[in-house]
Design a binder for this molecule. Structure first.
Ligand code: HEC
Length: 172
C-alpha cells in the first residue's frame, strides 16, 4: 500500500460527507426548480392571455377599409354619416379635394374642369338643383359619365351639395 492511499476509515468519512453534500444539493435544486416553474407558469398564463386577446382583436378587425382620396377626410365623412349627416360637417372644398378633384381638377373622362368657366356656363344655366341631382345620383351626359357622389357613397347628400356649391362658385 502506498503512502497516499486512504485508510478505510478516512474513505468512509469522505464518502459520508459527499453523500450528505449531494443530498443537500438535490433538495436545493428541487426547491429551485419548483419556485422557478411557478414563475414561468405565471408568466406563461399572463402572456398567453394577452396573446389570445391580440389574436381575437386581429381576427374581428375589418379586412380593409376603402379609401378614396384623403384618408382623414373620408374617415370624418364616415363618422358624420353615422350621426345622420344632416349637417355638412366638412367643407365643400374638403369634400371636393377628397372625392371630386381626381376627375374634375384636370377634366379627365369628359368631366367639366374645375375653374373653367366656359365649360360650366351651360351647366350652371340648367339650375343648381339639376347639378345637385346629377352629382348626388350620377349622370350620363354628352361628354361622359358622372358617378353618383363621385363614387364615394359614404358622402351625405349635403356634403355633395356643399362640394357642388364650391365647384360652381369657383368655376364662373
Ligand atoms: C370618375 C370621375 C368623376 C368624379 C370622381 C366626379 N365626377 Fe363629376 N362629372 C364627371 C363627368 C365625366 C361629368 C360630365 C358628365 C356629362 O356631362 O356628360 C361630371 C359632371 C359633374 C357635374 C355637372 C353635372 C351637370 O348636370 O352638368 C357636377 C355638378 C359634378 N360632376 C359634380 C361632382 C362632384 C360634387 C363630385 C365629387 C363628390 C364629382 N363630380 C366627382 C366625372 C366625375
Amino acid at each position: 500500500m502506498s503512502e497516499t492511499s486512504m485508510s478505510d476509515n478516512q474513505f468512509s468519512k469522505l464518502f459520508a460527507i459527499m453523500i450528505t453534500f449531494m443530498f443537500c444539493l438535490t433538495i436545493f435544486l428541487i426547491f429551485l426548480a419548483r419556485s422557478n416553474s411557478d414563475d414561468v407558469q405565471t408568466a406563461l398564463d399572463g402572456e398567453s392571455q394577452v396573446g389570445v386577446n391580440d389574436i381575437i382583436t386581429e381576427r374581428v378587425e375589418p379586412v380593409g377599409e376603402m379609401m378614396v382620396g384623403d384618408a382623414a377626410v373620408v374617415a370624418e365623412v364616415a363618422v358624420t354619416d353615422n350621426t345622420g349627416g344632416d349637417v355638412a360637417a366638412i367643407s365643400g372644398e374638403q369634400v371636393y379635394q377628397a372625392s371630386c378633384a381626381a376627375c374634375h381638377n384636370s377634366g379627365i373622362a369628359g368631366s367639366p374642369k374645375f375653374g373653367d368657366a366656359a365649360v360650366w356656363t351651360d351647366r350652371i344655366a340648367s339650375g343648381i338643383e339639376t347639378l345637385y341631382d346629377h352629382a348626388i345620383n350620377g349622370f350620363t351626359g354628352a361628354s361622359g359619365m358622372m358617378p353618383a357622389k363621385g363614387g364615394n357613397t359614404a358622402l351625405s347628400d349635403d356634403e355633395v351639395r356643399a362640394s357642388v356649391d364650391y365647384m360652381v362658385d369657383k368655376s364662373q
